[in-house]
Design a protein around this ligand. Structure first.
Ligand SMILES: [Zn+2]
Length: 150
């Protein structure tokens, strides 16, 4: 899983999903990138595949995948068609908020807002956000399960 991505604006939900699949994923909106040229330069300088719904931008970028769908499940299906493996990580690896690395923490250091039923908790090394496999994780798993694999 070595492929890395830069996602154009309006693809924030897809960014979350790709991070949950373990992909190193930058999101233009979070990076403060708006102009097409700035986005193209960042993709090239960081060796990332650009994912965009902008046909012109995709055509002008060497390593880009044009997405046509609006819904994340269909976007994931399009990526799968480009031989990009879409599979939820066994455990959280990337922060879905900021793309940082996450580490499992000692249950004794659990945050107050973690449900009692949760025994495994991860924390982002960059932004300190906590993660566990809760209802959001399950929803993402169910969405990914709907992707036709052939
Ligand atoms: Zn983070």
């Amino acid at each position: 899983m070595t492929r890395r991505f830069l996602l154009d604006v309006m693809l924030g939900t897809l960014a979350t999903y790709l991070r949950m699949c373990g992909y190193d994923t930058l999101y233009a909106q979070e990076e403060g990138l708006e102009a097409d040229d700035a986005i193209r330069r960042r993709a090239a300088s960081t060796d990332r595949t650009l994912l965009t719904r902008d046909r012109e931008l995709a055509a002008r970028t060497d390593d880009a995948i044009l997405l046509t769908a609006r819904d994340v499940d269909e976007q994931l299906t399009e990526l799968h068609a480009h031989e990009i493996e879409i599979e939820l990580s066994t455990h959280p690896e990337r922060c879905s908020v900021c793309n940082g690395r996450v580490e499992r923490i000692d249950p004794a250091q659990r945050p107050d807002h973690a449900p009692d039923s949760v025994s495994q908790i991860w924390q982002c090394e960059a932004c300190d956000h906590h993660f566990w496999k809760g209802s959001h994780w399950e929803r993402v798993r169910e969405t990914i399960a709907t992707i036709p694999v052939s």
